[in-house]
Design a protein around this ligand. Structure first.
Ligand code: FES
Length: 107
């Protein structure tokens, strides 16, 4: 799902790979790419479920202006993943409704 060669931007450059965790599952992604782009590159399209109806939401505006890509990242809910760069060891979780704060130590 990744654009490897673009007619204007050129070829995708080599970049360091890191590991993030999506709902506990390790994923190899490119360092500093937006979390949402990394997830789409891995074929993951559902980032959150709505509060009232539990409907699936994923990437929509991709510029940080809506709320469809919000996920819980390192225990912090409502993180806009389309404008948040991936970092080594990040814990990225599908957000259900408004999400919950989690202690990053797992306690
Ligand atoms: S997709 Fe709209 S804020 Fe991220």
């Amino acid at each position: 799902m990744r654009v490897m060669s673009h007619p204007i931007l050129g070829d995708l450059q080599d970049q360091k790979e890191i590991t993030i965790y999506f709902d506990g599952k390790p994923l190899q992604v490119r360092e500093d790419e937006p979390i949402a782009a990394a997830l789409l590159g891995a074929g993951i399209r559902v980032f959150r479920k709505t509060k009232k109806r539990g409907e699936s939401r994923g990437l929509f505006c991709a510029i940080g202006r809506c709320t469809d890509c919000m996920m819980t990242v390192d225990g912090v809910p409502n993180v806009r993943t389309c404008v948040t760069p991936a970092r080594e060891g990040m814990d990225v979780r599908t957000q259900i409704g408004l999400g919950e704060w989690r202690n990053p130590c797992g306690k």
